[in-house]
Design a protein around this ligand. Structure first.
Ligand SMILES: Cc1cc2nc3c(=O)[nH]c(=O)nc-3n(C[C@H](O)[C@H](O)[C@H](O)COP(=O)(O)OP(=O)(O)OC[C@H]3O[C@@H](n4cnc5c(N)ncnc54)[C@H](O)[C@@H]3O)c2cc1C
Length: 491
């Protein structure tokens, strides 16, 4: 019997492992809820709810074909051992996963298990991310080649009619009721998992919402409507990057290459570009990408860090962004970048804490994009222009009337006008009369900003940091771009 192991690829179309397995021989389709991942600080129930919604939908499609995905809870090796006890596993099929160290180690265990039993494990390339690459020469070209290939459409006629008989003992098999109960939405804000919701998002985006895409990217409220909102569906694999890219090409053929579609095109490329960085160097989950930054020890301000986690920093736009993402699972790019910058540059918090909490809150948590972005926003790569955000200015620029702040920080609703961006300017008498239950700001923003700029620029000139820049560029930046940067550095 063949086994198809689903991970972050929760769909039945454009699925290479399924295509390979549907060859007439019996196939067992498997998903494992792993307690080790469930307990990992990057994850929260929000993610497993999305997974449950996706699996429910997949099984609704499979049941008329006389099949279903077997959903179990436990360790992957235990699930495989249970299957192997009932039958001979001829081949294990899955996608490669560019995940946290935890899933990488698990996959090493699976590889050994398969090797010991002479079971071939076919892992297929996932999206445009290539395993084993040590540099970026020719990467963009192969990305395009991959995206231009026809979809991997499983031939469901080739699905063996017999349901493989396996009783799980080491792991617990989930009933449909259990899955349904986990899948129950808890808030209207959270996007719902599944292929149908993913397609609905793409239809409405290319069908109209995209027109204001490039103008809304940095706006906390408009981005929710005009950005694609496809990220959780890509992160959990309800759609492949190729499916989205081919929809984009269709839209460009019909609508022309508008500024909005071009801006979306670039960002879609960034998806695999960032994951490739993590694939090439997954130690960035724990260490700076540019090892030159290892030598610096920053003072840790525990109190400020806790205020950030609770969304009570006393900086209205920051607290609004924090509370919004905690409750809804989504925040626009600029808001995410600002939250990291504020915690690490202004408040004295640790980047690893930013990474873990944001991961829990982002429904679209994708380890490769996440860690590569965190490193970039904190300034640990040495190759990117660093933005140290002034959160008051960000609020004034992108939420000038304070609508977003008042929505997510109800304590400030009674404030009229621009003071909502800087409530600390209110006098004690006004504060008392308004009965504001809102903290004073953790830091003096101007002062902290000035200090952060000085520290950062001094570090950037450090010889060990400069020495590492070359290596980072070679490993993570396309060769042509690398040459341009090298030339401009010489000038
Ligand atoms: C600190 C930080 C952490 C982040 N963590 C994640 C994460 O865990 N998962 C995640 O999907 N995105 C992450 N992003 C990138 C980006 O913010 C989101 O992809 C985007 O906001 C999702 O909304 P959307 O689907 O409407 O994006 P759109 O703007 O419509 O873009 C379409 C797709 O392109 C990709 N994309 C867009 N922007 C970026 C980017 N800057 N880098 C890489 N890919 C991009 C995503 O797959 C996105 O779904 C992070 C950004 C920052 C600054």
């Amino acid at each position: 019997m063949q086994v198809v192991w689903f991970k972050r690829d929760l769909r039945l179309e454009d699925h290479a492992p399924l295509c390979a397995a549907l060859n007439g021989a019996p196939a067992l389709l498997l998903y494992v809820f792993e307690p080790e991942l469930w307990g990992d600080p990057h994850y929260s129930e929000r993610h497993w709810r999305f997974v449950a919604q996706s699996l429910l939908e997949m099984n609704e499609r499979l049941e008329p074909l006389g099949h279903r995905i077997r959903i179990v809870e436990g360790a992957v090796l235990d699930a495989l051992s249970d299957i192997a006890e009932h039958t001979t596993i001829t081949t294990l099929y899955s996608y490669q996963e560019t995940g946290l160290r935890r899933t990488y180690d698990r996959d090493l265990g699976v590889a050994h298990w398969c090797q010991d039993r002479a079971i071939p494990w076919h892992e297929f390339q996932y999206n445009g991310v290539q395993r084993g690459r040590t540099h970026r020469r020719g990467w963009a070209k192969s990305w395009h080649q991959f995206m231009a290939q026809p979809m991997d459409s499983p031939d469901w006629e080739m699905l063996a009619k017999i349901e493989p008989k396996v009783t799980f003992k080491r792991v617990e098999e989930w009933s449909a009721e259990r899955l349904r109960s986990l899948a129950e939405p808890v808030t209207v804000w959270e996007q719902v998992g599944g292929v149908a919701p993913a397609n609905a998002v793409l239809d409405s985006f290319f069908g109209g919402r995209v027109a204001n895409y490039h103008r809304s990217l940095s706006k906390p409220t408009l981005s929710r409507k005009h950005c694609s909102r496809i990220s959780p569906y890509l992160a959990w694999g309800n759609v492949s990057v190729r499916q989205v890219y081919q929809r984009l090409l269709q839209a460009q053929a019909q609508q022309g290459k508008s500024r909005a579609l071009s801006a979306f095109n670039s960002r879609l490329h960034w998806h695999c570009h960032f994951i490739q960085k993590f694939e090439a160097e997954d130690r960035i989950e724990f260490e700076p990408m540019n090892s030159g930054y290892d030598q610096f020890d920053d003072p840790w301000n525990e109190r400020n860090e806790q205020a950030w986690i609770e969304g009570r920093t006393g900086l209205p736009y920051v607290d609004a962004c924090l509370r919004c993402v905690q409750q809804t699972g989504y925040l626009h790019f600029r808001g995410r970048a600002m939250l990291v910058s504020v915690l690490c540059h202004l408040l004295g918090g640790r980047w690893q804490v930013a990474a873990r909490h944001l991961a829990q809150w982002f429904l679209d948590f994708e380890p490769g994009i996440h860690y590569a972005q965190i490193q970039m926003q904190v300034g640990l790569t040495g190759i990117n222009t660093l933005r140290i955000y002034n959160p008051v200015k960000q609020g004034q620029d992108h939420d000038p009337d304070g609508v977003f702040i008042r929505k997510w920080v109800p304590e400030l609703r009674s404030l009229q006008g621009a003071i909502v961006h800087r409530p600390w300017l209110l006098g004690p008498i006004e504060r008392a009369s308004l009965e504001l239950d809102y903290p004073e700001p953790c830091v003096d923003v101007e002062e902290a900003h000035r200090a952060a700029r000085q520290t950062f620029w001094a570090r950037r000139q450090n010889p060990l940091v400069l020495q590492e820049v070359k290596r980072v560029l070679y490993r993570h930046v396309e060769q042509d771009a690398f040459r341009t940067v090298s030339r401009s550095r010489r000038r």
